[in-house]
Ligand binder design. Sequence first.
Ligand SMILES: [Zn+2]
Length: 349
Amino acid sequence: MFCSRLLILQEIVSHENLVKINDYFYSLIGNEKNVITVSKLAKAIDISENLAAKVLIKCRDANILCEKYSIRCPNCGLLVKRIESLEEINDDCFQCYNCDEDFFVSPKDIELLYSLVEDGKSVFIDGQQNNTSCSTAISVAPSDTLHGVLLAGGVNEYFWHFDDSKQAYFMEFLKRVKLAKGTTKKIGDTLENMTKELFKCCSAFVVSNIRTTTNQIDGFIRNKMYVPYGVFNKIGSEFIIECKNESNTPKGEYLSKMHSILTVANAGEEGKKIKFGIIVSKKKGPSTFRTLAVKYYLSNKIVIISISINELEDLISKKGNLLEMIDRKIIEIETDSTTDLKECGLYSS
Ligand SMILES: [Zn+2]
């Protein structure tokens, strides 16, 4: 039997490995179907753990696998809690009932378990793992933790969820935003709304509006699952977005205004609290955006990037990764790069 949905893996694995992965999934019986990990897949198919992590993330995004999490005590390795969603992890301190150790959960303490989704429903039944090796194991292979998967599979790929239906939804949304005139604002076809919806495709972000005493900020984004990896290191735990709907080239002063908002927000925190902002505009920003952004980065490490609606259209039409685009744009400011990193082939989004 061959599951044609696995063909989405063609981009990253050879045909031979594709067949092996298919056979491996079909060979699993009973509770084995619910405790698939990076290290088990890598061993069974004889592929690298990096590739195995990417395969599992792709299968998760295609709803072939469902992802669950176990929190383990970093001291004794005991399974302390099983959770359905990473959002359940907050800043609370956990106490291990085995060794009494108090700890804050880090990505190294979260074990990722994948289960086969059958008939559109998960076969994962809570409690079944208790009688398997996964809960009695004293230690978990580092590659099976969230830390390991983020390192191997890539942070951008892990947190960005953009499937065919989202692509279709955003292509339509984009059309309406482009056509929208001032009066249609109330029906919601605005650049702000589209931008907010798009950022929600990153499962680590919580998008909201905030009103400060002096400024209305279009989008205030909290990185709820703050993991110190890749692009998240650069954008920090909170950042802001401003959207410019006008049909003319946005003014350079928008960037200076955002910089002053960020500077005020950071008062007394030495530029550590909010260090990142994005200006999204219908027209591409002027060249002064780049000049000012580089200057601000050099003076106080605050990074402001700009994204035009054409760039969003390109991203949506190619099913690109927004986190990868943000990553690239930040690097361009940090390195004051005169080379377009996308044109020279370093980034695809
Ligand atoms: Zn313990």
